[in-house]
Design a protein around this ligand. Structure first.
Ligand code: BES
Ligand code: ZN
Ligand code: ZN
Length: 497
């Protein structure tokens, strides 16, 4: 979809559908609303709004057909109460507008940019991101693929002064949405296609986008063995598809002193291994590389946005499969930092891959380290399907991520790395065990396990097991399947650094 910023009168721009966002609550007045329409449409419009009791509430949509207009129809879309209008409400409105336009079979859309806090750039960026994400479809395997996509989406500003700002925001929104969409594609691709090697190839394509500023290193099994990555490689033993350790780096021309390392869990399929998952729990486990997908999507956005911070992206990609070669419950392995781990449940494999990924990341001497991982079902039990659990050993970093997530419109909530629970991951025969002695607080004990591999460096762990994959739509602009959750927060984070 091609997105443009324009100034002027929305009714003079040719389109299939013109979208008018409408504030609800006290500011709602149907008569004033229809007064902006061409004369010939006003009476019908007023009747339509009355009939469906349209009041500008969030999610409400009214379609008014315009006889002989520059557009076939006008869509009134509710923003919700004007008293608590938020950026998220604007994104939601945009998602509803795109969905309604698609239902009408419209291809060319114009939409009026609502004024909000006078922050035109943030509003436009939010609308652009939401429009792209709402228009997203994973239809590679469908006969009628691409059929429903919109063609043009023009954001119309009343105030010409803001046009330059708006156009820059359109560029930014395009870059961010493209990163999120890449992440969604990677997650949605079936696991027999999106193998560790395929993930490494995707990283290669992204590194090319970055030109001179980006480099890619892929370590194969032998190279990982040399580095002593016994925990990560243990997970890969049962799989026929070989593991690939991915290291992407982005170095801008005039970098600041900050260095961010992001680590993504890249289990391309999690069967549970010999501690096999039940069939129902396995159905969506192609999503277990969503952390890796977010890292790759983020890098694609970096290639276009080019912030002044050096960034590294690390993914220890592997499958987790059962076989005669697979690790057994009770096996003991040694991670690359020298710590030994008793593996008591082969389904707690994410933390094993991350143990070596974080050890590798640490050597890059980051000023901040962030991992994203579909790590525990317990996190979904605790926070539900739409909220990420954040754990961190550093209040400043945790605060920066929470505020970045807030701006980006991704929901995150901090959980504690409670020291008293640390003993729950101590093993009788090794330094650590990969599952705690209790199932209570499963996300926290997973976080505490990871903390053993960061040596006190500023680090945050994002357990994205809930929001990484939507089994039902997560917003008007995020449908089922891979969500690309994390990409938008990482962009906000790096730009705030
Ligand atoms: N990949 C799963 C976690 C997961 C669950 C992600 C649901 C997305 C949705 C992870 O590897 C896993 O299996 N964790 C176990 C840990 C347990 C054995 C301590 C879990 O959550 O049950
Ligand atoms: Zn697992
Ligand atoms: Zn897993």
């Amino acid at each position: 979809m091609n997105i443009l910023g324009e100034k002027g009168d929305i009714f003079s721009i040719k389109a299939d559908v013109a979208v008018l966002p409408v504030l609800g609550g006290k500011s709602f007045d149907a008569a004033i609303l229809v007064s902006v329409l061409p004369e010939s449409a006003r009476a019908v419009a007023l009747r339509t709004l009355k009939n469906i009791e349209f009041a500008g509430k969030a999610g409400e949509v009214a379609v008014v057909h315009i006889p002989n207009g520059a557009q076939h129809a006008v869509l009134f879309v509710g923003l919700g109460d004007g008293a608590d209008l938020s950026l998220e409400a604007i994104r939601e409105m945009t998602g509803h507008a795109v969905a309604a336009a698609r239902r009408l079979g419209a291809k060319v859309l114009t939409i009026k940019v609502p004024t909000f806090d006078n922050d035109v750039a943030a509003v436009v960026e939010g609308m652009v991101v939401a429009a792209h994400l709402a228009d997203y479809a994973f239809d590679t395997y469908k006969k009628a693929n691409g059929a429903k996509r919109l063609k043009d989406f023009t954001l119309v500003l009343e105030n010409g002064r803001d046009l330059l700002k708006a156009r820059k925001a359109v560029e930014r929104g395009n870059a961010i949405a493209s990163g999120v969409s890449i992440a969604r594609d990677l997650v949605n691709m079936p696991a027999h296609v999106m193998t560790p090697s395929a993930l490494a190839e995707a990283a290669e394509r992204i590194a090319k986008e970055g030109g001179r500023t980006m480099k890619l290193k892929v370590l194969d099994k032998d190279a990982c063995e040399k580095l002593g990555m016994g925990a990560y490689l243990a997970v890969s033993l049962g799989a026929d598809n070989p593991p690939k350790f991915i290291h992407l780096s982005y170095k801008p021309e005039r970098p600041t002193k900050k260095r961010l390392v992001v680590v993504g869990k890249g289990v391309t399929f999690d069967s549970g291994g010999l501690s096999l998952k039940p069939a129902d729990a396995m159905m969506t486990m192609k999503c277990d590389m969503a952390g890796a997908a977010a890292v790759l999507g983020f890098f694609s956005a970096l290639a276009q946005l080019r912030p002044r911070v050096e960034v590294h992206g690390i993914v220890a990609a592997t499958e987790n499969m059962p076989s005669g070669k697979a690790i057994r419950p009770g096996d003991v392995v040694k991670a690359s930092n020298g710590k030994t781990i008793e593996i008591l449940n082969t389904d707690a494999e994410g933390r094993l891959t991350l143990a070596d990924a974080l050890t590798y990341a640490k050597k890059l001497e980051p000023t901040a380290m962030v991992d994203l991982a579909t790590l525990t079902g317990a996190c979904v039990v605790a926070l539900g399907e739409e909220i990420t659990g954040l754990m961190s050993n550093n209040d400043d970093l945790a605060g920066a991520i929470l505020s970045a997530a807030g701006r980006a419109g991704e929901k995150m909530w901090r959980m504690p790395l409670e020291k008293r629970y640390r003993s729950l991951v101590e093993s009788d025969i090794a330094d650590l065990r990969n599952i705690a002695t209790t199932r209570y607080g499963g996300s926290l004990t997973a976080g505490l396990f990871l903390e053993e591999f960061v040596d006190g460096l500023p680090w945050a762990h994002l357990d994205i097991a809930g929001p990484a994959f939507a089994e039902k739509p997560m917003a008007s602009y995020i449908g089922k399947g891979g969500t690309g959750h994390g990409v938008r927060t990482l962009v906000e984070l790096v730009e705030g650094m």
